[in-house]
Design a protein around this ligand. Structure first.
Ligand code: ZN
Length: 316
């Protein structure tokens, strides 16, 4: 029987399950709403059913050697416990790993979604061959996962990788975390919109002047940047530049080999990556012989299940 691995991506709105072979071929997938409000046991029950359905559809020539699950929140990966998560109100210290393991009868590894995405890119995506890397996911918040020596780096209490809250200006704008000048306060969605608002008076001819800046999304700004809008372009240039400052700090501290950029805003990659790369090159102290390259993520919406399956493989 051929060994395969199960990857589970547990999000606040959807759950994705996939069975993946060691060579990265997806054999079967299931997708369903999370219905978090129905409680832990209901959610676990539906994950189990999805895994069993996937297992059935790949047939008896394969056996599931292990499962991994990625979830947005603070995770005790040693014990497979979800400590707390914004998207899962009331879920405190949930032993997700043990609950799934009891029914599925395979070993289940639990980790934070940003760590899982980084591992997935390392094993199957844009990070292949780079055992020292950081993956940054741009969105409302700024998530990051560190791969050090080919493994997820958790830190002493599982809290490593808070790249979004590296301070790049102690007098900078207020961040969602309550402090000032964090990377996220510049490159997170609300930081981007704040910058647009601040600059509108200087660009009266911008097409963004006609939109409602309260509801405009980064993808709309991206569309205008593509169409040549000066304001939109200047905003993304600075998003990249500020991102580059943060990345420079990381590269100088950890000597990672590659930076992978994912998430919604990263769709504007061509604008952001160029200026981020330029700033990073200027920031890096030991960058002359082997420059650290910033590249877009490759696994896109499949990052969750690929990463979680990689977690199971790594655990074996
Ligand atoms: Zn912050």
């Amino acid at each position: 029987m051929k060994k395969v691995f199960c990857g589970i991506d547990l999000g606040g709105t959807t759950i994705d399950v996939g069975i993946i072979a060691e060579d990265g071929v997806i054999l079967s997938t299931e997708k369903m709403p999370s219905f978090v409000e129905r409680g832990v046991d209901d959610v676990v029950g539906r994950i189990v059913n999805a895994v069993l359905a996937c297992g059935k559809s790949v047939g008896t020539a394969f056996s599931i050697a292990g499962a991994g699950i990625g979830v947005a929140g603070l995770v005790d990966n040693q014990n497979g416990v979800l400590r707390e998560a914004t998207n899962f109100p009331g879920w405190i210290n949930v032993p997700l790993g043990a609950k799934l393991q009891d029914v599925l009868k395979v070993s289940v590894t639990v980790d934070n979604d940003a760590n899982v995405a980084a591992l997935g890119e390392y094993v199957f995506g844009a990070g292949r061959g780079y055992p020292y890397l950081m993956m940054v996911t741009l969105g409302t918040g700024v998530g990051a996962g560190l791969i050090i020596n080919g493994e997820i780096y958790h830190g002493a209490y599982g809290a490593a990788g808070e790249f979004g809250h590296i301070t790049i200006d102690k007098n900078g704008p207020l961040c969602a975390c309550g402090r000032r000048g964090c990377v996220e306060a510049y490159v997170g969605t609300s930081g981007i919109l704040r910058t647009v608002k601040e600059r509108l008076p200087a660009f009266p001819k911008s097409r963004l002047a006609a939109v409602d800046v309260e509801t405009v999304m980064p993808k709309d700004i991206y569309r205008e940047a593509m169409a040549g809008d000066e304001l939109a372009r200047s905003v993304f240039f600075d998003v990249g530049d500020n991102l580059g400052y943060g990345l420079g700090n990381v590269v100088n501290l950890l000597n990672v080999q590659r930076i992978i950029l994912g998430g919604g805003v990263a769709a504007a990659g061509d604008f952001i990556i160029k200026s981020a790369q330029k700033r990073l090159d200027m920031m890096s102290l030991n960058n002359s012989e082997t420059p650290v390259k910033i590249v877009p993520a490759e696994l896109a919406e499949k990052a969750g299940i690929f990463g979680a399956a990689s977690l199971a493989m790594a655990n074996l």
